[in-house]
Ligand binder design. Structure first.
Ligand code: KG4
Ligand code: ZN
Length: 349
């Protein structure tokens, strides 16, 4: 079965074709980062208009590279939420328009489920059950994953998401949007001894996070410099920030592994591309105490941030039994998007 996946929840248009027998056939992506950079963040109206421009050319590209036609597609999956309402509507209308024209079954996918399952696209996929740390621009959650659609929330951020903290702190240092990759690069030349920022909720005895105080600590540190910050000053602040944020993420992951007694940890979402986080988690996983050891799984780097492949894959996982259970798919082409959509509302697959 071949599933077409369409992602348009924020500032990336992603189109992919996933075959349940042969795996990922092709994927095409356009990132709007350059367009939004001028405004220091995502401008929703511009995002929607750009999705309109990109969706069909990217679809042509994905079909050509998979060497198939739309008629060979068995089902269409699209991101139904959460995300920017206008941006979601573009992907949903393109998906349902194609579905109606070709009479293909449709399935609306939860964006976070796409992220959660994205490590299963890797060459070394994890088996269920696992603990997942979902760290993106909009979400920071620890989850127990027992199967497709079987998700238990263990903890989440009470305020800013980890990616948001990265981006806001980077902005305070004058780095362009989205600052996550830039601030972590800058941190590599910073002195870790100069700034000791707070590790919010490190000892909270639960698996929740809070990052807004850390961003304020960065602001306070930046303001303390009487003159403009030198490159080295900025690198030192960046290092203090990255070290603090990663300490918290790693500590909470270790606690989640201990509490669930699971042995597999999966990282998903844009911040999962962060090299410092990967190094720190790998070190924690290889604990000298064999009882505390666990394995860490990452999506391919290109599938950490938003993409169509994870949506096509999540669609394929949900429609696996389509032949036996045709009621799983919808032939109702009147779509509605869900800009706010708790993952807990998803049914098991
Ligand atoms: O998953 P994603 O593409 O979008 C959402 O669903 O939110 O994540 C984007 C976030 C941004 O905040 C970006 O700065 C962050 O992921 N990010 C990184 C890195 N690459 C992307 N943060 C830190 N280090 C990175 N290498
Ligand atoms: Zn995302």
């Amino acid at each position: 079965m071949i599933v077409l996946g369409i992602e348009s929840s924020c500032d990336e248009t992603g189109i992919a074709l996933y075959d349940t027998e042969r795996g990922l056939l092709s994927h095409a992506l356009h990132s709007q980062i350059a367009m939004h950079q001028e405004y220091g963040g995502v401008v929703p109206e511009l995002a929607s208009r750009d999705h309109v421009r990109r969706a069909l050319p990217l679809l042509q590209q994905a079909l050509a590279s998979a060497q198939i036609t739309m008629r060979e597609v068995d089902a269409i999956a699209y991101t139904q939420g959460p995300g920017l309402a206008g941006a979601l509507l573009v992907g949903a209308s393109v998906a349902c328009g194609l579905g109606f024209a070709l009479q293909k079954p449709m399935i609306g996918i939860h964006h976070l489920e796409g992220h959660l399952l994205s490590p299963l696209l890797a060459s070394r996929p994890p088996e269920f059950p696992f603990v997942a740390l979902l760290v993106s621009g909009g979400h920071t959650q620890l989850m127990r994953v027992d199967g497709v659609g079987r998700y238990t929330l263990l903890g989440e951020t009470l305020d800013d998401a980890a990616g948001e903290a990265f981006d806001k702190s980077a902005k305070l240092l004058g780095l362009a949007y989205p600052g996550g990759p830039a601030i972590s690069q800058l941190a590599t030349s910073g002195d870790p001894a100069v700034h000791q920022f707070p590790r919010p909720m490190l000892h909270s005895k639960d698996l929740n996070f809070s990052f807004s105080g850390l961003k304020t600590a960065v602001l306070t540190a930046v303001k303390k410099y009487p003159d403009a910050l030198t490159e080295q000053d900025k690198a030192n602040v960046a290092r203090g920030f990255v070290d603090a944020l990663i300490d918290v993420l790693v500590a909470k992951c270790k606690t989640a592994m201990k509490e669930t007694r699971l042995k597999r940890l999966v990282i998903a979402g844009g911040v999962g591309a962060n090299q410092q986080l990967r190094a720190a988690l790998n070190a924690a996983a290889a604990s000298s105490n064999p009882k505390k050891r666990f394995e860490v799984y990452y999506p391919e780097l290109e599938f950490c941030t938003d993409n169509g492949a994870m949506i096509a894959f999540a669609g394929a996982m949900r429609l696996r039994q389509l032949k036996e259970k045709p009621e799983l798919a919808s032939y109702d082409y009147s779509f509605n998007v869900k800009p706010r959509w708790p993952l807990s509302e998803l049914p098991p697959a």
